[in-house]
Design a protein around this ligand. Structure first.
Ligand SMILES: Nc1ncnc2c1ncn2[C@@H]1O[C@H](COP(=O)(O)OP(=O)(O)O)[C@@H](O)[C@H]1O
Ligand SMILES: [Mg+2]
Length: 497
């Protein structure tokens, strides 16, 4: 054996790859190495290694699909100049990579070398990976979000079905493209890319940013977007993942709810003013009759000679004061019945209390119900940032409830008490009446909208629920005082900072 041949056969026997060389013309095995038997797991002791037929038989027996193996080999014989590289699956669950090259002697193709390598581990890992990818893609396609991911150049590298539907094009037409190739306006693309860059450069995700898009038909779509930087296992930025969901419908519903809420508040306002209508008539009738009797008295004075100037002055003063009282009632009524305002402003409890008492007092007086005022005068001028109409509304609701409760009581001294105090940061208001508290079974339900114990046409069941929500919208608390010996509702309002 020459040195070269020795070297060659040593190399061949040391190789981990199985080698098999077939003669092109006779199709006989010319050469094989030790690793060939190891890779194929063929027991060398049981076969005659030079029996090609026996060797091929052993190989075919181990294959999961021998037919396609033979077909490929046949194909290679037909095109002897071709190379091939593929993976074959064995019955024992392993995978072998099969690589073949023609080999030439003096420029002529004289045979074919096959290399076999066990690639089970890598193949199984790849299969597992593609299974996981399929699961991931299914998850991505199922979630109610549009998802995309981009590389560092902000080109799309993948997306889910929902995103591709949003774009109106297939995933293959998205991958590799940038925002300027997508069906959005240049301005939108610039915006998206500016956000993307910010996320990638800072490495900080952005969550739930509301973005508005104009659709081709002129309608608006509101989406909630989150963007997260993508990093490799070394922690280096490799791109970004974006996820968004269409919240147009949700926003529209919110708008409708708000609209209905405002309508409801308006309706409740009208109804509580309606509850007071009888009282308001009193408020105005009473001073009107004072004026009427003053004018009668005036006429009488005029018949006397000389005219009693002192008496004239008294009557005129009385009329003047009464007109002022009517004017105050009208102003109060006007202030309270203004359409529901949404805004808060700087205001004073003093004005609110004046409005409410000017329209409500006479009603209580006419039924012999005393209004006790336990008011810290300084609290009336405390800085307050509030919706004046809404706060008047709350007080009117409470006073109407107190009136209804007290009116039917068989007591000699009937009263309601309006108390206004302040602490460092808060204003404390309460409306108490001489009733005996509210039974527990009603207490549990009275804050529910439409809960009423009053007869049809009298109560709407909205007073307490709307009052509570109005006070809470002011950052305050509205509650029933269970400790009071009488019936007492308490309001806490934050003062303006
Ligand atoms: N001061 C009170 N005294 C006794 N019961 C009250 C008082 N305030 C409220 N309630 C009870 O709470 C219920 C709900 O009040 P509210 O929401 O104002 O609706 P409405 O006055 O239209 O019935 C009343 O029907 C009544 O049963
Ligand atoms: Mg009520």
């Amino acid at each position: 054996m020459t040195t070269e041949n020795k070297l060659f056969s040593t190399m061949l026997s040391c190789m981990h790859e199985g080698v098999l060389v077939i003669d092109h013309h006779s199709r006989k095995v010319i050469l094989h190495n030790r690793a060939f038997f190891e890779v194929w797991k063929i027991d060398r002791t049981t076969i005659n290694e030079s029996d090609d037929f026996a060797l091929l038989g052993q190989v075919l027996e181990k294959l999961r699909e021998p037919q396609s193996f033979i077909a490929l080999v046949e194909n290679l014989y037909m095109s002897p100049e071709k190379s091939s590289l593929d993976v074959v699956e064995l019955k024992d669950g392993r995978f072998l990579e099969r690589h073949s090259e023609p080999f030439r002697l003096d420029g002529e193709i004289s045979g074919r070398i096959f290399f076999f390598r066990d690639v089970t581990e890598v193949t199984l890992a790849n299969l597992k990976l593609s299974d996981q990818k399929a699961v991931l893609q299914t998850v991505l396609n199922t979630i109610p979000y549009s998802v995309f991911w981009k590389d560092l150049d902000l080109n799309y590298i993948g997306c889910n079905e929902r995103f591709s539907r949003d774009c109106g094009r297939a995933t293959e037409q998205i991958v590799g493209k940038c925002d300027f190739d997508m069906p959005w306006t240049n301005e939108e693309s610039e915006n998206y890319r500016a956000h993307d860059r910010k996320v990638i450069e800072s490495g900080v995700p952005i969550y739930n940013v509301e973005e508005s898009q104009v659709n081709s038909d002129g309608t608006h779509t509101t989406v909630l977007t989150s963007k997260v930087p993508l990093k490799n296992s070394a922690g280096e930025a490799v791109g970004l993942l974006g996820i968004y969901t269409d919240i147009s419908e949700f926003r529209e519903n919110q708008r409708l709810v708000k609209e209905h809420e405002t309508m409801l508040v308006n309706a409740a306002q009208l109804s509580s003013l309606g509850e007071m209508a009888g009282g308001i008539a009193h408020e105005i009738n009473n001073p009107l009759s004072i004026i009427k009797s003053s004018t009668r008295l005036f006429n009488k004075i005029l018949t006397k000679d000389p005219i009693d100037k002192k008496m004239v002055k008294e009557v005129v003063d009385e009329i003047d004061e009464t007109v002022d009282r009517i004017a105050r009632i009208v102003v109060g009524l006007k202030n309270i019945s203004r359409g529901a305002e949404v805004d808060k402003n700087e205001c004073l409890l003093r004005d609110i209390v004046t409005d409410v008492l000017s329209v409500a007092s006479e009603r209580f007086r006419s039924k012999g119900i005393d209004i006790i005022k336990e008011i810290d005068d300084a609290a009336l001028d405390a800085p307050l940032y509030a919706n004046r109409i809404q706060l008047s509304q709350v007080l009117i609701n409470l006073m109407n409830n107190a009136f209804d409760a007290v009116e039917v009581l068989d007591l000699h001294d009937k009263w309601i008490k309006l108390s206004i105090q302040q602490s460092e940061k808060q204003l404390h208001l309460s409306v108490e009446d001489c009733g005996f508290g509210i039974p527990e079974e009603i207490r549990d339900k009275m804050f529910n909208p439409f809960f009423t114990t009053k007869e049809i046409g009298k109560g709407t069941g909205l007073g307490l629920s709307i009052s509570k929500s109005m006070i809470e919208k002011h950052g305050g608390k509205f509650s029933y005082d269970e400790k009071s010996a009488h019936t007492r509702f308490v309001i806490q309002l934050p003062k303006q900072d």
